[in-house]
Write a protein that binds this ligand. Structure first.
Ligand code: PMP
Length: 287
C-alpha cells in the first residue's frame, strides 16, 4: 500500500501529495512543525506535541485552521490509515500560498500536512557505545531574532551546525547561544551528569523545550535524582562524568566524546543507561 499523506482534510498517495510553490512555507520557511513518535500504535505525549505546535503557531501570528482536538484526531487517524505501529509523525503547518513578497496578509489557506513514516533511529551500536559530537561555530538563533522555542520551518540555523558536525564525522553538533553558553544540539536537548547530579541548560538558554527533555526530567526526579536547569558552558560538558542527548527520534543517547575530549569513562555511564531504561518503561506504560 502506498503511504497516505494528510493535507488539509484529505488523504493523498505519496506521489500526489503536493502544495503550491507559492506557499510561504517553501518561499520563506514561514510555518511551524512537530516531530512525534508512536509506539505500539499509540502516540507518545500527543497532547504536549499538539500544544507546542499551537504555541509555535501563535508565536508567529499563524492561526491553525482547525481546533486542537481535530488536529489530534487527524494525527491519530493518519497513523491508523497507514497501519503504522512504531512510527515517526511529521506535522507541518505552512502560512499558505501568497505572492512573492513577504507580506503574510497576502497568503491564503494555511496548509496542514501530516506525514507518517517508519522510524529511523541511530544505529544500535551508537546506543551501546555513545556518540561523538563537536561544538559548532554556528551559534543558536538569538531568542530575540527567532526564539528557539518556536519549532519553525526555518531550520537553517540547525542545518548549518549539522553540516559542521557531519563534516567533522559527527552525527550531532553542540550549539552555543549568543552568549557562548551551551544551548542544545541541532535536533536534541543536552544533559550532563556531574557527581550524581543531572544538569541541563534552562529554557532561557535559548532552546527548544523538548518533550523528551521534560519526560526525562520527570523520570529522573521520580527516581530520586536532583535535576538542575541552569546556565552551562563547555567546561561543564568537558568535565562531566556523563553526557546524553534527548529527542523524539533519538530518545536518549549517550555522548562519549566532545571536541576530541573523552567525556567521563568514554562509555555510556550508569545514570544514562538507567534513564534510558526508565524511558523505555515509561513509553511502554503510556503507549
Ligand atoms: N532541540 C531541537 C532544536 C529540536 O529540533 C528537537 C526535536 N527534534 C529537540 C531539541 C528535542 O525535542 P523533542 O524531545 O520534543 O523531540
Amino acid at each position: 500500500m502506498s503511504p497516505k499523506v494528510y493535507i488539509s482534510g484529505k488523504l493523498y498517495g505519496k506521489n500526489d501529495a503536493s502544495i503550491s510553490v507559492f506557499d510561504h512555507g517553501l518561499l520563506y520557511g514561514d510555518g511551524v512543525f512537530e516531530g512525534i513518535r508512536s509506539y505500539s500504535g499509540k502516540v507518545f505525549r500527543l497532547q504536549q506535541h499538539v500544544d507546542r505546535l499551537y504555541d509555535s503557531a501563535s508565536a508567529i501570528f499563524l492561526q491553525i485552521p482547525m481546533a486542537r482536538e481535530e488536529m489530534a484526531r487527524a494525527i491519530v487517524d493518519t497513523l491508523a490509515v497507514n497501519k503504522l505501529v512504531d512510527a515517526y509523525i511529521r506535522v507541518v503547518v505552512t502560512r499558505g500560498a501568497g505572492g512573492l513578497g513577504l507580506d503574510p496578509r497576502k497568503t491564503t489557506d494555511p496548509q496542514v500536512i501530516i506525514i507518517t513514516d517508519q522510524i529511523s533511529l541511530y544505529p544500535e551500536e551508537l546506543y551501546e557505545h555513545g556518540l561523538k559530537i563537536i561544538t559548532a561555530g554556528t551559534t543558536r538563533n538569538h531568542p530575540n531574532a527567532l526564539n528557539p522555542r518556536i519549532k519553525s520551518l526555518n531550520y537553517l540555523n540547525n542545518i548549518l551546525a549539522k553540516i559542521e558536525g557531519t563534516n567533522s564525522g559527527c552525527l550531532e553538533a553542540l550549539m552555543l547561544n549568543h552568549k557562548g553558553e551551551i544551548a542544545e544540539c541541532t535536533g536534541d536537548n543536552v544533559f550532563i551528569v556531574t557527581r550524581g547530579i543531572l544538569h541541563t541548560p534552562s529554557i532561557d538558554s535559548g532552546i527548544l523545550k523538548g518533550i523528551t527533555r521534560d519526560a526525562v526530567i520527570e523520570l529522573a526526579r521520580s527516581a530520586g535524582l536532583t535535576v538542575v536547569e541552569r546556565t552551562m558552558d563547555r567546561y561543564d560538558v568537558y568535565t562531566a562524568d556523563e553526557c546524553f542527548l534527548t529527542g523524539t527520534a533519538a530518545e536518549l543517547i549517550a555522548v562519549v566524546e566532545c571536541d576530541g575530549r573523552m567525556l567521563g569513562s568514554g562509555r555510556p555511564g550508569p545514570i544514562t543507561r538507567d534513564l534510558r531504561q526508565r524511558f523505555g518503561s515509561l513509553v511502554r506504560e503510556e503507549c
